[in-house]
Design a protein around this ligand. Structure first.
Ligand code: DGY
Length: 333
């Protein structure tokens, strides 16, 4: 065991902790809020921090003067102060790739479930309302033959596109840069955001949350969509103006929404969204399968071990901090 110390938070099973404990002194907190003093003390001595749903502010970094690396068990890192970590030379890693297919499954699940009203209709059967042959009141909408507009064409966007093509859909996308290889291989076409919103029967959001994508979809963008269209959000809640979305769903500006992410999570009890019949609402389970969460934790452990051993981690997010640690620049104190 070397003398470095690691604070581990949530999403780590005993076999992941064993791997860390073979190398480092590990303090594990399933829920840091349950013992904030002990958590703070452990962070004060830590060289590494690993976990899911990490809450790290610049103040947290002040409390962790020895911190060298943070390994988030997620692909998204919008909850972490990357600029501040860069300044201090704290390496950040995430877990892309291993969750791509599962998160794409979640997106397609929401698309199918919303189009065919899965939740509403299973409730209809469960509550004993199926007493005669179904009528148009229970009809849904076709998925095959329709147009899917992907906002974001990264790994997850591409995995959803492949599913959609298998279902006989046309696929359009909007992305900061064109993806010519993907276009020629799969026959998908790039559009500007407004055209994409207007052409699509299903709009699926897969962009990371950044200052550029925050509230990308508001009242004006929802008005560009067809009244028969469905919005799917597996990105981050704050990519959508939720009040504008609720209004659009109530007023028939769009037909429905399949949501995995929300402006506030867990969703506040007074949110109208889960009670709306044209909404399928999941509790942010994009990557939440046994297999994928295990793979994500394994990947984060690998990344943290590499970073603390001074090796360039496989899933390095902030090359700037890595360069500082390699002596190319001076660390903030
Ligand atoms: C991620 O990995 O960012 C997903 O949203 C799951 O937390």
């Amino acid at each position: 065991m070397n003398s470095k110390r690691v604070v581990a938070v949530r999403r780590l099973k005993p076999w992941h902790l064993d791997r860390l404990q073979e190398r480092f002194h590990v303090d594990y907190f399933e829920e840091p809020d349950h013992d904030p003093m002990a958590y703070r003390e452990a962070l004060h001595k830590a060289h590494g921090l690993i976990g899911g749903k990490l809450q790290v502010s610049p103040g947290t970094l002040d409390d962790a003067p020895h911190l060298e690396a943070v390994a988030t068990i997620s692909v998204g890192y919008d909850n972490l102060p990357v600029d501040e970590m860069n300044r201090r030379g704290i390496v950040l890693t995430n877990t892309p790739d291993v969750l791509t297919e599962t998160t794409a499954d979640t997106g397609f699940l929401l698309l199918m479930a919303t189009a065919r009203r899965l939740v509403e209709l299973t409730d209809f059967v469960r509550q004993g309302h199926w007493t005669q042959h179904v009528s148009e009141a229970q009809f849904g909408h076709d998925v095959h033959g329709k147009t899917l507009g992907l906002v974001g064409m990264g790994r997850i966007g591409q995995a959803i596109a492949r599913r959609a093509l298998g279902f006989g859909m046309q696929v359009r996308y909007t992305h900061a840069s064109p993806k010519p290889e993907f276009e020629s291989r799969w026959g998908v076409e790039r559009r500007d955001c407004e055209t994409l919103l207007g052409e699509s029967d299903f709009v699926c959001l897969t962009v990371p949350l950044t200052p550029q994508t925050e509230y990308l979809i508001g009242a004006d963008q929802l008005r560009c969509m067809k009244p028969s269209s469905i919005l799917i959000n597996i990105a981050r809640g704050r990519v959508v103006d939720e009040a504008a979305l609720v209004h659009a769903l109530k007023e028939g500006v769009i037909a429905g929404a399949g949501l995995d992410v929300y402006e506030r999570e867990p969703l506040p009890a007074d949110s109208p969204l889960p009670r709306m019949s044209n909404v399928v609402a999941l509790p942010h389970v994009g990557s939440a399968t046994f297999e994928t969460r295990d793979a994500m934790a394994r990947c984060a452990v690998d990344n943290l071990c590499q970073a603390l051993d001074g090796e360039k981690p496989h899933d390095l997010v902030n090359a700037e901090a890595w360069a500082l640690r390699q002596g190319h620049g001076s660390l903030a104190t």
